[in-house]
Design a protein around this ligand. Structure first.
Ligand SMILES: Nc1ncnc2c1ncn2[C@@H]1O[C@H](COP(=O)(O)OP(=O)(O)O)[C@@H](O)[C@H]1O
Ligand SMILES: [Mg+2]
Length: 117
C-alpha cells in the first residue's frame, strides 16, 4: 500500500453542490472544505444548514451535482467502492453462520420462573 503524505488532507471538497433529487433545491451549495489528517473537525450549523447532506456526500450516499470530493488527494470516482472490491479467493474466511441463532447469540430474554403470588 502506498504511504499517504502526512500533510495531505484526508478529505477535500471543491465547490461541491448536491440536492436530493433533480427537482429539489440544492441541499448544499459550493462547499469548499479541507479536513486535515490529524486533529478534530467539527461541523456546526443550524437545522437545515446541510450537515447531514455533507455527511451523506462524504459517505457517498449522495452524489454531487457539481464539484468533487477527494479522499487522500484522489477523486472519489478513482477509489474502488467496498461493494465492488474483489474478494480474494484464497482468503481464509469462515462461512456465514446459520440463520438460526444459537443459544449463546440469541437476543431472547432469559426465561423467568413463574410467579408464586
Ligand atoms: N430527504 C430530503 N429530501 C429533500 N430535501 C431534503 C432532504 N433532507 C434534507 N433536505 C433539505 O436539504 C437541506 C439541508 O438539509 P440537511 O442536510 O438535513 O441539514 P442539517 O442536517 O444541517 O439539518 C435543507 O434545505 C433540507 O430541507
Ligand atoms: Mg441533520
Amino acid at each position: 500500500m502506498t504511504k499517504v503524505p502526512d500533510e495531505l488532507p484526508a478529505l477535500r471538497l471543491k465547490n461541491v453542490s448536491a440536492s436530493y433529487g433533480p427537482d429539489q433545491k440544492a441541499a448544499v451549495q459550493g462547499i469548499h472544505l479541507t479536513i486535515p489528517r490529524h486533529g478534530h473537525t467539527a461541523i456546526v450549523g443550524p437545522s437545515g444548514a446541510g450537515k447531514t447532506a455533507l455527511f451523506s456526500l462524504i459517505l457517498r450516499f449522495l452524489e454531487p451535482t457539481r464539484g468533487e470530493l477527494l479522499l487522500d488527494g484522489r477523486p472519489y470516482r478513482a477509489h474502488t467502492t467496498p461493494t465492488s472490491a474483489p474478494v480474494s479467493p484464497t482468503s481464509n474466511r469462515t462461512p456465514p453462520s446459520s440463520p438460526t441463532p444459537s443459544a449463546e447469540t440469541s437476543c431472547s430474554p432469559t426465561p423467568r420462573p413463574p410467579r408464586t403470588s
